[in-house]
Design a binder for this molecule. Structure first.
Ligand SMILES: *[C@@H]1O[C@H](CO)[C@@H](O)[C@H](O)[C@H]1NC(C)=O
Ligand SMILES: *[C@@H]1O[C@H](CO)[C@@H](O)[C@H](O)[C@H]1NC(C)=O
Ligand SMILES: *[C@@H]1O[C@H](CO)[C@@H](O)[C@H](O)[C@H]1NC(C)=O
Length: 293
């Protein structure tokens, strides 16, 4: 009896089944870091009668969960991702919608599985993200754990949105670029990924007078595979500081466009069906003239 026949019998007896994806294999990892607008405040408003911030719970279609989009919890385990992505990370604040789910839903078809690693904490300054500081070390730890917890996932990009807190002091604003370059270089080195794509956001708002100085540093960061999308002009919540839910949806899509414009990220993942279609189309084009010779 030949092997193909045996495979056929086995296939009939045990048809392939979709397994629950608790331990993803070779997941595509995206690290989310920065401060409140990355953690997500879309839909968060002040309930004045209770004097606390609450999230309105509105999840637009672009941010809906998908079984192929996972998030790394504070306990370093994968679970199906849903808003608010930073709920167990930025624990002292009320979290709402950020750019992460909108981003993930737009790239998930290119990767088998997407693994989001939320690391952003509201109100933090760039000095707190320097190598050796708690937030930096925590981010490296979580990123490494994500790769291990997925049997060796692939780092795809860092999504970074931070700087509002650095607009308050002239000193922080004036050294922003230097600190940012060091942070990006250190992170890439520690993840052993010297060319890891980084998509950063130029501020839409800030807590102090030096917004333009920080934005200038962000827009002028000139490192390979570091791209900046500009959030200026996206509508803000009434607090004048945080992006609304629909702004976050838009921002996630802008970050996808920037990410896919990086040649290495787009070229690697040409969908097989479309290249097969292209091939058969080409064959017809090439063969027909030969036929009529
Ligand atoms: C893991 O996934 C990436 C991107 O989807 C792919 O380039 C790589 O070849 C895969 N590695 C393995 C071992 O399957
Ligand atoms: C604020 O909280 C109170 C008490 O829980 C609730 O009755 C009210 O509907 C809330 N208001 C808004 C605008 O959410
Ligand atoms: C939350 O607040 C506690 C108490 O002030 C503090 O120890 C902790 O570091 C804070 N955690 C975050 C993530 O901000």
């Amino acid at each position: 009896m030949n092997k193909i026949f045996v495979f056929f019998i086995v296939f009939l007896l045990f048809p392939p089944q979709i397994q629950p994806q608790t331990i993803p294999r070779n997941i595509s990892i995206f690290i989310l870091a920065g401060q409140s607008n990355m953690a997500g405040r879309g839909g968060v408003y002040d309930n004045t009668s209770k004097n606390i911030a609450v999230w309105d719970g509105v999840v637009p279609p672009e941010c809906r969960p998908n079984p192929s989009i996972l998030r790394l919890t504070a306990k370093l385990e994968w679970e199906e991702a849903k808003e608010p992505l930073h709920v167990d990370i930025d624990v002292n604040k009320t979290n709402g919608v950020g750019p992460g789910m909108s981003f993930a839903n737009r790239v998930v078809n290119r990767f088998g599985q997407v693994g989001l690693v939320p690391c952003a904490i509201g109100g933090t300054k760039l000095s707190q993200w320097q190598k050796g500081e708690f937030l930096y070390e925590e981010t490296v730890k979580r990123a490494k754990a994500a790769a291990v917890a997925s049997g060796g996932g692939t780092y795809q990009a860092v999504l970074w949105y931070q700087g509002e807190s650095d607009t308050k002091s002239m000193v922080d604003a004036s050294v922003y670029k230097k600190r940012l370059v060091k942070f990006f270089n250190d992170l890439r080195n520690d993840l052993q990924h010297p060319n890891l794509p980084i998509i950063q956001v130029a501020l839409a708002s800030g807590g102090g007078p030096y917004v333009d100085a920080v934005r200038k540093a962000q827009l002028e960061t000139d490192l390979e595979n570091v791209h900046c999308v500009d959030a200026m002009g996206l509508p803000l919540e009434p607090d004048g500081l945080h992006l609304t839910t629909s702004s976050q949806v838009r921002l996630g899509q802008m970050m996808v466009d920037a990410f896919l414009a990086i040649p290495s990220s787009a070229d690697l993942y040409v969908a097989i069906p479309s290249s097969a279609e292209l091939f058969s189309g080409l064959s017809v084009l090439v063969l027909l003239p030969l036929f009529f010779l």
